[in-house]
Design a protein around this ligand. Structure first.
Ligand code: ADP
Ligand code: ASP
Ligand code: MG
Length: 404
């Protein structure tokens, strides 16, 4: 008998028929004697729909009210999943994030989990119930509903698995596991059997939305081994775990694209100590995650600073930077329709020529490279959004990742 955490994403609970299928799967695990804690997302499309409704009223709705609104999506599916289990004779209790004691900071729309008080949940679990937990939400110290950033149900699952010391954590989605690239874009992508936390984290941060990046960061920190698998079949999935030596043999594990980026350029910024610090402090205080920072060498006392950010955060970034630019001078402009393409692999630490292969394959496909950034296990380039899919396929082939 084991304690198992399962997470079902939006398509897995997309309608009542899917929810009934999920209930059957949960029942089969419970019939085998396991204790089950199940995290569910909102039905696919619901979170987007709720956001669109708010934005139809105003382009920058208050973040507190957005959390009130978005938490509704998961509240529907927890109740329906519990009802579906009860209907087939399985005792089940649904919990919101607050009811489950998921305590977060107060950063509305992208809150971080501080702690989980699982006392009540464990009591109900030990009494023989299946626990159905709302993903993506928690409660702040002030008692406010918070959400954990898009895709945050993954984080709820990993965090609860860590808190209750689960024996197993399974992330159910609509693909068989983690692939060498998004299988919807690169038809020749292959399923990966095992991947390290670091590689999964870099892929997720680079745009592979199969796992939320913060959930992988959490899993790495607390060593929560998990499996990504499909709720539509019984195939084995992908195990995500600590790096093992054999993983280094593969130079590039996967290719990721993020098509929802914008490039922000600040020109004629005062070139003096503290300028960059002020710019990025203002962005950090607005909770904007920036990437690919490039600054040119200054001349005549001014410099240009460029960075990429998620396209939907650019107006917030511009607003946050207004007071800084007033003080330091400089003007801001942005360009959307930008994509980031990344290749990731722990083997890069010990192999050379990865950048050359990447740049050559992009050149051969006529794709112009704008910004470039590297880490020990990742190379990222920014390119035109319209070329992103084609570029991903070319790069995937160039690194020998295509399935036979
Ligand atoms: P869920 O609703 O279950 O959380 P998501 O839509 O968030 O599911 O994530 C699953 C999707 O991630 C897949 O349908 C796939 O298109 C996409 N994806 C992107 N990159 C990858 C990858 N490397 N491997 C597998 N899926 C990927
Ligand atoms: N429903 C939320 C979202 O769409 C959380 C999740 O699905 O993981 O982002
Ligand atoms: Mg997801």
């Amino acid at each position: 008998m084991a304690i198992i955490v399962q997470k079902y994403g939006g398509t897995s609970v997309g309608d009542v028929e899917r929810i009934k299928k999920v209930a059957e799967r949960i029942k089969s695990y419970r019939d085998d004697g396991h204790q089950m804690v199940v995290v569910v997302s909102a039905r696919s499309g619901v979170t987007n729909e709720l956001i669109a409704r708010a934005e139809a009223i105003t382009p920058l709705p208050s973040e507190r009210e957005m959390d009130q609104l978005l938490a509704v999506g998961e509240q529907e599916t927890i109740a329906l999943t519990a009802i579906a289990l009860q209907a087939i004779g399985v005792p089940a209790i649904s919990y919101t994030g607050a009811q489950a004691g998921i305590l977060t900071d107060k950063a509305h729309t992208k809150a971080r989990i501080h702690s989980i008080d699982a006392t009540r949940l464990k009591t109900d679990l030990n009494a023989g119930n299946v626990i159905i937990l709302a993903g993506f939400q928690g409660i702040s110290p002030e008692g406010q509903t918070t959400t954990l950033g898009r895709g945050g149900s993954d984080l709820s699952a990993i965090a609860i698995a860590s808190a209750i010391k689960a024996d197993k954590c399974e992330i159910y989605t609509d693909v068989d596991g983690v692939y060498t690239a998004d299988p919807r874009i690169v038809k020749t992508a292959r399923k990966i059997e095992e991947i390290s936390y670091d590689e999964m984290l870099e892929l997720a941060s680079a745009g592979s939305k199969v796992m939320q990046n913060r959930s992988v960061e959490f899993a790495k920190k607390y060593d929560v081994v998990f499996e990504v698998r499909s709720s539509f079949n019984y195939n084995p999935g992908t195990i995500v775990k600590e790096e093992v030596a054999s993983m280094e043999k593969v130079v590039v594990r996967g290719v990721a694209v993020d098509k929802n980026q914008s490039k922000v350029v600040i020109t004629n910024l005062a070139d003096k100590p503290g300028s960059a610090a002020k710019v990025f402090r203002a962005l950090a205080d607005a909770h904007i995650v920036v990437d690919m920072i490039v600054q040119n060498a200054g001349s005549n006392g001014v410099a240009n600073l460029t960075f990429t950010a998620p396209a939907n955060e650019v107006s917030k970034a511009t607003r946050a930077l207004e007071p800084v630019l007033k003080e330091l001078g400089g003007s801001i402009s942005s360009q959307d329709q930008v994509a980031k393409l990344s290749v990731v692999g722990v083997g890069m630490k010990t192999h050379s020529g990865v950048a050359a292969t990447l740049f050559q394959s992009l050149a051969d496909s006529g794709v112009n490279i704008d910004l470039i950034s590297t880490s020990e296990i990742k190379i990222t380039v920014s390119i035109a959004q319209a070329k992103a899919d084609e570029a991903a396929r070319a790069v995937h082939t160039a690194f020998g990742l295509d399935k036979a």
